[in-house]
Design a protein around this ligand. Structure first.
Ligand SMILES: Cc1cc2nc3c(=O)[nH]c(=O)nc-3n(C[C@H](O)[C@H](O)[C@H](O)COP(=O)(O)O)c2cc1C
Length: 442
Protein backbone atom coordinates (compact mmCIF):
# COMPACT_ATOMS: atom_id res chain seq x y z
CA UNK A 1 0.00 0.00 0.00
CA UNK A 2 3.02 2.28 -0.48
CA UNK A 3 4.41 4.04 -3.57
CA UNK A 4 7.47 1.79 -3.46
CA UNK A 5 7.44 -1.54 -1.64
CA UNK A 6 10.60 -3.24 -2.91
CA UNK A 7 11.06 -0.73 -5.74
CA UNK A 8 11.45 2.80 -4.39
CA UNK A 9 11.33 5.44 -7.10
CA UNK A 10 9.32 3.38 -9.58
CA UNK A 11 6.24 5.49 -8.83
CA UNK A 12 7.75 7.96 -11.33
CA UNK A 13 7.43 5.42 -14.16
CA UNK A 14 4.63 6.20 -16.66
CA UNK A 15 3.20 2.67 -16.18
CA UNK A 16 2.63 3.20 -12.46
CA UNK A 17 -0.94 4.24 -11.75
CA UNK A 18 -1.69 6.40 -8.72
CA UNK A 19 -2.68 3.99 -5.92
CA UNK A 20 -6.27 5.06 -5.41
CA UNK A 21 -9.06 2.80 -4.18
CA UNK A 22 -10.13 2.39 -7.79
CA UNK A 23 -6.61 1.27 -8.72
CA UNK A 24 -6.64 -1.48 -6.11
CA UNK A 25 -10.16 -2.60 -7.06
CA UNK A 26 -9.22 -2.81 -10.74
CA UNK A 27 -5.99 -4.65 -9.92
CA UNK A 28 -7.82 -7.14 -7.67
CA UNK A 29 -10.41 -7.79 -10.41
CA UNK A 30 -7.66 -8.27 -12.98
CA UNK A 31 -5.74 -10.74 -10.78
CA UNK A 32 -8.95 -12.57 -9.89
CA UNK A 33 -9.94 -13.01 -13.52
CA UNK A 34 -6.39 -14.09 -14.41
CA UNK A 35 -6.53 -16.89 -11.83
CA UNK A 36 -4.06 -15.67 -9.20
CA UNK A 37 -4.63 -17.35 -5.83
CA UNK A 38 -4.14 -14.19 -3.88
CA UNK A 39 -2.75 -10.74 -3.41
CA UNK A 40 -0.33 -10.21 -0.57
CA UNK A 41 0.03 -6.92 1.25
CA UNK A 42 3.20 -6.36 3.23
CA UNK A 43 3.13 -3.77 5.99
CA UNK A 44 5.42 -1.90 8.34
CA UNK A 45 4.47 0.31 11.26
CA UNK A 46 7.33 2.79 11.18
CA UNK A 47 9.58 4.73 8.85
CA UNK A 48 12.91 3.45 7.51
CA UNK A 49 15.15 6.08 9.14
CA UNK A 50 18.54 4.41 9.67
CA UNK A 51 20.03 5.70 6.40
CA UNK A 52 20.10 9.52 6.56
CA UNK A 53 17.05 9.94 8.81
CA UNK A 54 13.53 10.25 7.36
CA UNK A 55 14.57 12.10 4.19
CA UNK A 56 15.54 9.31 1.75
CA UNK A 57 12.50 7.15 2.59
CA UNK A 58 10.10 10.08 2.29
CA UNK A 59 11.58 11.45 -0.93
CA UNK A 60 11.69 8.08 -2.69
CA UNK A 61 8.40 6.74 -1.31
CA UNK A 62 10.20 3.75 0.22
CA UNK A 63 7.35 2.02 2.09
CA UNK A 64 5.94 5.37 3.13
CA UNK A 65 3.26 6.74 2.98
CA UNK A 66 1.71 3.36 3.74
CA UNK A 67 -2.05 3.01 4.10
CA UNK A 68 -3.96 0.55 6.25
CA UNK A 69 -4.93 -2.18 3.82
CA UNK A 70 -7.59 -3.71 6.04
CA UNK A 71 -9.78 -0.70 5.27
CA UNK A 72 -9.57 -1.47 1.54
CA UNK A 73 -10.42 -5.17 1.78
CA UNK A 74 -14.21 -4.92 1.82
CA UNK A 75 -14.15 -3.12 -1.54
CA UNK A 76 -11.66 -5.59 -3.00
CA UNK A 77 -13.58 -8.61 -1.70
CA UNK A 78 -16.90 -7.27 -2.95
CA UNK A 79 -15.51 -6.92 -6.45
CA UNK A 80 -13.83 -10.34 -6.71
CA UNK A 81 -14.88 -13.98 -6.47
CA UNK A 82 -11.88 -16.16 -5.75
CA UNK A 83 -8.94 -13.92 -4.99
CA UNK A 84 -7.59 -14.23 -1.44
CA UNK A 85 -6.09 -11.39 0.56
CA UNK A 86 -2.95 -11.81 2.64
CA UNK A 87 -2.85 -9.06 5.24
CA UNK A 88 0.18 -8.34 7.41
CA UNK A 89 -0.41 -7.68 11.09
CA UNK A 90 2.11 -7.41 13.90
CA UNK A 91 1.94 -9.39 17.12
CA UNK A 92 4.28 -6.89 18.76
CA UNK A 93 1.96 -3.89 18.53
CA UNK A 94 -1.60 -5.14 18.02
CA UNK A 95 -3.96 -6.34 20.72
CA UNK A 96 -5.00 -9.98 20.20
CA UNK A 97 -8.59 -9.17 21.16
CA UNK A 98 -8.93 -6.32 18.62
CA UNK A 99 -7.09 -8.32 15.98
CA UNK A 100 -9.36 -11.37 16.39
CA UNK A 101 -12.38 -9.15 15.89
CA UNK A 102 -10.89 -7.50 12.81
CA UNK A 103 -9.93 -10.78 11.14
CA UNK A 104 -13.31 -12.39 11.94
CA UNK A 105 -15.02 -9.42 10.34
CA UNK A 106 -12.80 -9.52 7.24
CA UNK A 107 -13.20 -13.28 6.94
CA UNK A 108 -16.99 -12.96 7.10
CA UNK A 109 -17.27 -10.19 4.56
CA UNK A 110 -14.88 -11.92 2.11
CA UNK A 111 -16.51 -15.32 2.59
CA UNK A 112 -13.34 -16.88 3.97
CA UNK A 113 -10.74 -15.34 1.67
CA UNK A 114 -8.50 -13.83 4.33
CA UNK A 115 -4.95 -14.69 5.32
CA UNK A 116 -2.81 -13.22 8.05
CA UNK A 117 0.92 -12.71 7.51
CA UNK A 118 2.09 -12.90 11.11
CA UNK A 119 5.03 -10.57 11.71
CA UNK A 120 6.90 -9.52 14.83
CA UNK A 121 8.15 -6.23 13.24
CA UNK A 122 11.78 -5.20 12.94
CA UNK A 123 11.84 -1.37 12.81
CA UNK A 124 13.05 0.57 15.84
CA UNK A 125 11.02 3.55 14.58
CA UNK A 126 7.84 1.49 14.89
CA UNK A 127 8.65 0.69 18.52
CA UNK A 128 9.21 4.35 19.34
CA UNK A 129 5.85 5.34 17.88
CA UNK A 130 4.02 2.51 19.60
CA UNK A 131 4.73 3.50 23.17
CA UNK A 132 8.08 1.75 23.63
CA UNK A 133 11.56 3.08 24.37
CA UNK A 134 13.21 0.61 22.03
CA UNK A 135 12.48 -2.44 19.93
CA UNK A 136 11.69 -5.52 22.01
CA UNK A 137 14.53 -8.05 21.62
CA UNK A 138 14.17 -10.45 18.65
CA UNK A 139 13.49 -13.77 20.44
CA UNK A 140 11.35 -12.07 23.06
CA UNK A 141 9.14 -10.77 20.23
CA UNK A 142 8.61 -14.37 19.11
CA UNK A 143 7.80 -15.47 22.69
CA UNK A 144 5.13 -12.74 22.81
CA UNK A 145 3.91 -13.86 19.40
CA UNK A 146 3.37 -17.45 20.60
CA UNK A 147 1.15 -16.28 23.43
CA UNK A 148 -0.58 -13.80 21.10
CA UNK A 149 -1.50 -16.71 18.84
CA UNK A 150 -2.84 -18.71 21.78
CA UNK A 151 -5.19 -15.86 22.68
CA UNK A 152 -6.33 -15.45 19.08
CA UNK A 153 -6.99 -19.21 18.71
CA UNK A 154 -8.99 -19.24 21.93
CA UNK A 155 -11.11 -16.33 20.70
CA UNK A 156 -11.59 -17.54 17.13
CA UNK A 157 -11.86 -21.28 17.65
CA UNK A 158 -13.07 -21.64 21.21
CA UNK A 159 -15.35 -18.83 22.25
CA UNK A 160 -18.28 -19.30 19.85
CA UNK A 161 -19.62 -22.77 19.09
CA UNK A 162 -21.12 -23.50 15.69
CA UNK A 163 -24.78 -22.56 15.63
CA UNK A 164 -24.42 -20.09 18.49
CA UNK A 165 -26.08 -17.39 16.42
CA UNK A 166 -29.75 -18.39 16.22
CA UNK A 167 -31.40 -15.06 15.30
CA UNK A 168 -34.71 -16.77 16.07
CA UNK A 169 -37.74 -14.46 15.89
CA UNK A 170 -39.96 -17.04 17.64
CA UNK A 171 -37.79 -17.57 20.72
CA UNK A 172 -36.40 -14.04 20.75
CA UNK A 173 -32.88 -15.43 21.08
CA UNK A 174 -30.23 -13.85 18.91
CA UNK A 175 -27.10 -15.61 20.23
CA UNK A 176 -27.46 -18.65 22.50
CA UNK A 177 -25.59 -17.90 25.77
CA UNK A 178 -24.93 -21.62 26.33
CA UNK A 179 -22.84 -21.67 23.15
CA UNK A 180 -20.73 -18.58 23.74
CA UNK A 181 -17.93 -18.90 26.28
CA UNK A 182 -15.40 -16.62 27.89
CA UNK A 183 -11.78 -17.64 27.34
CA UNK A 184 -10.30 -16.46 30.68
CA UNK A 185 -6.79 -16.04 29.29
CA UNK A 186 -4.21 -14.88 31.84
CA UNK A 187 -0.65 -15.24 30.57
CA UNK A 188 2.75 -13.60 30.83
CA UNK A 189 2.01 -10.93 28.23
CA UNK A 190 -1.76 -10.88 27.71
CA UNK A 191 -4.97 -10.97 29.67
CA UNK A 192 -8.22 -11.50 27.85
CA UNK A 193 -11.61 -12.51 29.20
CA UNK A 194 -13.41 -12.85 25.88
CA UNK A 195 -15.55 -13.96 24.17
CA UNK A 196 -14.65 -12.74 20.69
CA UNK A 197 -16.83 -9.80 19.65
CA UNK A 198 -17.80 -11.48 16.39
CA UNK A 199 -19.29 -14.92 15.77
CA UNK A 200 -17.54 -17.63 13.77
CA UNK A 201 -16.43 -16.76 10.23
CA UNK A 202 -15.99 -19.31 7.39
CA UNK A 203 -12.36 -20.08 8.23
CA UNK A 204 -12.50 -19.07 11.92
CA UNK A 205 -8.71 -18.70 12.09
CA UNK A 206 -7.54 -16.83 8.99
CA UNK A 207 -5.13 -18.75 6.75
CA UNK A 208 -1.73 -18.20 8.40
CA UNK A 209 1.32 -16.96 6.50
CA UNK A 210 4.74 -16.42 8.03
CA UNK A 211 8.29 -15.63 6.95
CA UNK A 212 10.53 -16.33 9.92
CA UNK A 213 14.09 -16.71 8.65
CA UNK A 214 16.04 -17.02 11.94
CA UNK A 215 16.13 -20.22 14.00
CA UNK A 216 13.46 -18.82 16.33
CA UNK A 217 11.48 -17.56 13.36
CA UNK A 218 11.54 -20.95 11.64
CA UNK A 219 10.46 -22.63 14.85
CA UNK A 220 7.54 -20.19 15.03
CA UNK A 221 6.62 -20.86 11.40
CA UNK A 222 6.77 -24.63 11.95
CA UNK A 223 4.32 -24.22 14.81
CA UNK A 224 1.81 -21.81 13.29
CA UNK A 225 2.29 -21.21 9.56
CA UNK A 226 0.20 -22.82 6.84
CA UNK A 227 2.16 -21.08 4.10
CA UNK A 228 5.67 -19.77 4.44
CA UNK A 229 7.49 -17.10 2.46
CA UNK A 230 11.06 -18.16 1.84
CA UNK A 231 14.16 -16.05 1.53
CA UNK A 232 16.94 -16.98 -0.89
CA UNK A 233 18.55 -16.20 -4.22
CA UNK A 234 19.73 -19.72 -5.02
CA UNK A 235 17.36 -22.71 -5.29
CA UNK A 236 19.75 -25.19 -3.63
CA UNK A 237 20.05 -23.00 -0.52
CA UNK A 238 16.30 -22.49 -0.31
CA UNK A 239 15.81 -26.25 -0.63
CA UNK A 240 17.84 -26.67 2.59
CA UNK A 241 15.36 -24.38 4.37
CA UNK A 242 12.37 -26.27 2.95
CA UNK A 243 13.82 -29.60 4.05
CA UNK A 244 14.67 -28.26 7.47
CA UNK A 245 11.16 -26.89 7.80
CA UNK A 246 9.58 -30.20 6.80
CA UNK A 247 11.62 -31.98 9.51
CA UNK A 248 10.64 -29.34 12.03
CA UNK A 249 6.97 -29.80 11.13
CA UNK A 250 7.17 -33.50 11.90
CA UNK A 251 8.81 -32.73 15.26
CA UNK A 252 5.85 -30.46 16.00
CA UNK A 253 3.39 -33.25 15.24
CA UNK A 254 2.29 -31.75 11.93
CA UNK A 255 2.44 -33.43 8.54
CA UNK A 256 5.41 -32.70 6.24
CA UNK A 257 3.00 -31.32 3.66
CA UNK A 258 0.96 -29.13 5.96
CA UNK A 259 2.80 -25.95 4.91
CA UNK A 260 2.97 -24.48 1.41
CA UNK A 261 6.34 -22.94 0.57
CA UNK A 262 6.30 -19.73 -1.42
CA UNK A 263 9.39 -18.17 -2.98
CA UNK A 264 9.63 -14.45 -3.60
CA UNK A 265 10.48 -13.57 -7.20
CA UNK A 266 10.56 -10.50 -9.39
CA UNK A 267 9.41 -11.09 -12.96
CA UNK A 268 10.15 -8.88 -15.95
CA UNK A 269 8.88 -10.61 -19.07
CA UNK A 270 8.41 -9.68 -22.73
CA UNK A 271 8.30 -11.41 -26.13
CA UNK A 272 12.06 -11.98 -26.28
CA UNK A 273 15.01 -11.95 -23.87
CA UNK A 274 16.30 -8.76 -25.52
CA UNK A 275 12.99 -6.94 -25.14
CA UNK A 276 12.72 -8.02 -21.49
CA UNK A 277 16.27 -6.86 -20.75
CA UNK A 278 15.52 -3.52 -22.42
CA UNK A 279 12.34 -3.22 -20.34
CA UNK A 280 14.33 -3.92 -17.18
CA UNK A 281 16.92 -1.27 -18.06
CA UNK A 282 14.07 1.19 -18.61
CA UNK A 283 12.63 0.35 -15.17
CA UNK A 284 16.04 0.69 -13.53
CA UNK A 285 16.32 4.30 -14.71
CA UNK A 286 13.54 5.15 -12.28
CA UNK A 287 14.97 3.25 -9.29
CA UNK A 288 15.92 5.45 -6.35
CA UNK A 289 19.10 4.06 -4.80
CA UNK A 290 18.85 6.30 -1.72
CA UNK A 291 15.39 4.84 -1.12
CA UNK A 292 16.86 1.36 -1.57
CA UNK A 293 19.59 2.24 0.95
CA UNK A 294 16.94 3.28 3.46
CA UNK A 295 15.18 -0.10 3.05
CA UNK A 296 18.53 -1.87 3.40
CA UNK A 297 19.11 0.10 6.63
CA UNK A 298 15.83 -1.12 8.10
CA UNK A 299 16.35 -4.75 7.03
CA UNK A 300 19.97 -5.02 8.14
CA UNK A 301 20.38 -2.33 10.80
CA UNK A 302 23.35 -1.05 8.79
CA UNK A 303 23.70 2.58 7.76
CA UNK A 304 25.34 2.63 4.35
CA UNK A 305 25.72 6.43 4.44
CA UNK A 306 29.00 5.92 6.32
CA UNK A 307 30.53 4.37 3.19
CA UNK A 308 31.66 5.85 -0.10
CA UNK A 309 30.00 4.73 -3.34
CA UNK A 310 32.97 2.76 -4.63
CA UNK A 311 34.34 1.05 -1.54
CA UNK A 312 34.60 -2.71 -2.05
CA UNK A 313 32.75 -4.44 0.78
CA UNK A 314 34.30 -7.79 0.08
CA UNK A 315 37.56 -6.46 1.51
CA UNK A 316 36.83 -3.41 3.65
CA UNK A 317 34.25 -2.21 6.14
CA UNK A 318 33.58 -3.33 9.69
CA UNK A 319 33.57 -7.15 10.17
CA UNK A 320 29.83 -7.40 10.94
CA UNK A 321 28.71 -5.68 7.76
CA UNK A 322 31.47 -7.41 5.77
CA UNK A 323 30.28 -10.85 6.78
CA UNK A 324 26.62 -9.99 6.24
CA UNK A 325 27.21 -8.53 2.81
CA UNK A 326 29.55 -11.30 1.73
CA UNK A 327 27.07 -13.96 2.90
CA UNK A 328 24.43 -12.36 0.69
CA UNK A 329 26.65 -11.46 -2.29
CA UNK A 330 27.89 -15.04 -2.56
CA UNK A 331 24.31 -16.06 -3.33
CA UNK A 332 23.63 -13.54 -6.10
CA UNK A 333 23.89 -15.50 -9.34
CA UNK A 334 26.04 -14.36 -12.26
CA UNK A 335 28.16 -11.92 -10.29
CA UNK A 336 31.41 -13.84 -9.82
CA UNK A 337 34.41 -11.53 -9.81
CA UNK A 338 32.24 -8.43 -9.46
CA UNK A 339 33.38 -5.65 -7.12
CA UNK A 340 30.72 -5.29 -4.42
CA UNK A 341 30.57 -1.53 -3.98
CA UNK A 342 27.74 0.29 -2.24
CA UNK A 343 26.39 1.34 -5.64
CA UNK A 344 26.45 -2.22 -6.94
CA UNK A 345 24.79 -3.60 -3.81
CA UNK A 346 21.99 -1.07 -4.12
CA UNK A 347 21.52 -1.75 -7.83
CA UNK A 348 21.10 -5.44 -7.03
CA UNK A 349 18.50 -4.70 -4.36
CA UNK A 350 16.63 -1.97 -6.26
CA UNK A 351 13.26 -3.10 -7.69
CA UNK A 352 13.34 -6.65 -6.31
CA UNK A 353 14.93 -6.43 -2.85
CA UNK A 354 16.75 -9.62 -1.90
CA UNK A 355 14.59 -11.75 -4.20
CA UNK A 356 15.69 -13.51 -7.36
CA UNK A 357 14.96 -11.71 -10.62
CA UNK A 358 13.52 -13.59 -13.56
CA UNK A 359 14.07 -11.40 -16.60
CA UNK A 360 13.52 -12.66 -20.13
CA UNK A 361 11.20 -14.21 -22.66
CA UNK A 362 8.25 -16.33 -21.48
CA UNK A 363 10.38 -19.42 -22.00
CA UNK A 364 13.33 -18.05 -20.00
CA UNK A 365 11.13 -16.96 -17.11
CA UNK A 366 9.16 -20.23 -17.10
CA UNK A 367 12.44 -22.17 -17.02
CA UNK A 368 13.63 -20.17 -14.01
CA UNK A 369 10.34 -20.79 -12.22
CA UNK A 370 10.44 -24.51 -12.99
CA UNK A 371 13.99 -24.66 -11.60
CA UNK A 372 12.70 -23.19 -8.36
CA UNK A 373 9.86 -25.72 -8.22
CA UNK A 374 12.16 -28.67 -8.97
CA UNK A 375 15.33 -27.69 -7.10
CA UNK A 376 14.03 -25.63 -4.21
CA UNK A 377 10.86 -27.72 -3.77
CA UNK A 378 8.70 -24.60 -3.51
CA UNK A 379 4.96 -24.79 -4.12
CA UNK A 380 4.40 -21.33 -5.50
CA UNK A 381 5.59 -17.77 -5.94
CA UNK A 382 5.02 -14.36 -4.44
CA UNK A 383 5.57 -12.09 -7.43
CA UNK A 384 6.86 -8.67 -6.52
CA UNK A 385 6.30 -5.77 -8.85
CA UNK A 386 8.12 -2.82 -10.33
CA UNK A 387 4.89 -1.08 -11.36
CA UNK A 388 1.23 -1.86 -10.81
CA UNK A 389 -0.61 -2.98 -12.80
CA UNK A 390 2.30 -3.07 -15.34
CA UNK A 391 4.26 -6.03 -13.92
CA UNK A 392 1.11 -8.15 -13.53
CA UNK A 393 -0.27 -7.27 -16.96
CA UNK A 394 3.01 -8.46 -18.49
CA UNK A 395 2.91 -11.66 -16.48
CA UNK A 396 -0.61 -12.46 -17.65
CA UNK A 397 0.01 -11.41 -21.26
CA UNK A 398 3.38 -13.07 -21.86
CA UNK A 399 3.97 -15.70 -19.18
CA UNK A 400 0.52 -17.24 -18.64
CA UNK A 401 0.24 -18.76 -22.16
CA UNK A 402 3.68 -20.37 -21.73
CA UNK A 403 2.79 -21.79 -18.30
CA UNK A 404 -0.51 -23.11 -19.72
CA UNK A 405 1.35 -24.66 -22.64
CA UNK A 406 3.56 -26.47 -20.11
CA UNK A 407 0.43 -27.49 -18.17
CA UNK A 408 1.77 -26.06 -14.91
CA UNK A 409 -0.98 -23.45 -14.73
CA UNK A 410 -4.59 -24.62 -14.72
CA UNK A 411 -7.05 -23.23 -17.29
CA UNK A 412 -9.70 -22.67 -14.67
CA UNK A 413 -10.29 -23.23 -10.98
CA UNK A 414 -13.08 -24.23 -8.64
CA UNK A 415 -15.13 -21.17 -7.84
CA UNK A 416 -15.60 -19.51 -4.48
CA UNK A 417 -13.19 -21.35 -2.22
CA UNK A 418 -11.83 -20.11 1.06
CA UNK A 419 -8.19 -19.07 1.14
CA UNK A 420 -7.31 -22.22 3.08
CA UNK A 421 -8.93 -24.58 0.55
CA UNK A 422 -7.53 -22.64 -2.36
CA UNK A 423 -3.95 -22.77 -1.05
CA UNK A 424 -3.88 -26.23 0.54
CA UNK A 425 -5.79 -27.97 -2.29
CA UNK A 426 -6.33 -31.02 -0.07
CA UNK A 427 -10.12 -31.11 -0.07
CA UNK A 428 -10.04 -30.47 3.67
CA UNK A 429 -12.42 -27.50 3.73
CA UNK A 430 -12.07 -24.05 5.21
CA UNK A 431 -11.09 -24.73 8.82
CA UNK A 432 -7.60 -25.26 10.25
CA UNK A 433 -6.36 -28.81 9.79
CA UNK A 434 -5.98 -31.43 12.56
CA UNK A 435 -2.57 -31.11 14.21
CA UNK A 436 -2.49 -27.34 13.79
CA UNK A 437 -2.44 -25.55 17.18
CA UNK A 438 -5.60 -23.58 16.30
CA UNK A 439 -7.52 -26.85 16.65
CA UNK A 440 -6.32 -27.39 20.23
CA UNK A 441 -8.67 -24.65 21.42
CA UNK A 442 -11.89 -25.77 19.78
C1 LIG B 1 8.12 -12.32 1.49
C2 LIG B 1 8.32 -11.71 2.85
C3 LIG B 1 7.41 -10.77 3.28
C4 LIG B 1 7.57 -10.15 4.51
N1 LIG B 1 6.66 -9.21 4.87
C5 LIG B 1 6.86 -8.53 6.00
C6 LIG B 1 5.98 -7.48 6.33
O1 LIG B 1 5.07 -7.16 5.58
N2 LIG B 1 6.18 -6.80 7.48
C7 LIG B 1 7.20 -7.12 8.33
O2 LIG B 1 7.30 -6.47 9.36
N3 LIG B 1 8.06 -8.13 8.05
C8 LIG B 1 7.91 -8.81 6.91
N4 LIG B 1 8.80 -9.80 6.57
C9 LIG B 1 9.91 -10.11 7.49
C10 LIG B 1 9.62 -11.37 8.27
O3 LIG B 1 8.44 -11.21 9.02
C11 LIG B 1 10.79 -11.70 9.21
O4 LIG B 1 10.96 -10.73 10.19
C12 LIG B 1 12.08 -11.82 8.43
O5 LIG B 1 11.91 -12.75 7.40
C13 LIG B 1 13.26 -12.19 9.33
O6 LIG B 1 13.01 -13.36 10.04
P1 LIG B 1 13.31 -13.42 11.58
O7 LIG B 1 12.40 -12.41 12.22
O8 LIG B 1 12.96 -14.82 12.00
O9 LIG B 1 14.74 -13.08 11.77
C14 LIG B 1 8.66 -10.46 5.35
C15 LIG B 1 9.59 -11.41 4.90
C16 LIG B 1 9.45 -12.02 3.66
C17 LIG B 1 10.49 -13.01 3.23
Amino acid sequence: MAPGHLAPGLWKHPDQQPQTLNHWVQLAKFLDEAGFHGIFFADVLGIYDIYGGNGPALKSGAQIPIQDVSLFISALAYNTKNLSFGITASTTYESPYALARKFSTLDQLSNGRIGWNIVTSYLESAAKSNGQEKLVEHDERYRMAHEFMEVVYKLLEGSWQDGAVEANRETGVYSNPAKVKKIHHVGKYYKCAGPNLVGPSPQRTPFLLQAGASKTGQDFAATHAEAMFLPGMVPAKTREIVQNMKNLLVKKGRSRDSVKFIAGIFICVDETDEKAQAKFQDLMQYADLDGTASLFGGWSGTDLSAFSDDEDFSFTGPPAIQSMISAWTRTVPGTEGVKWTKRHILQQLAISGAHPRAIGSPETVANIMETWIDEAMVDGFNISYATTPGTFQDVVKFLWPELRRREVLAESRVERQSMRSSFLQDGGGSLAREGHPATFYR
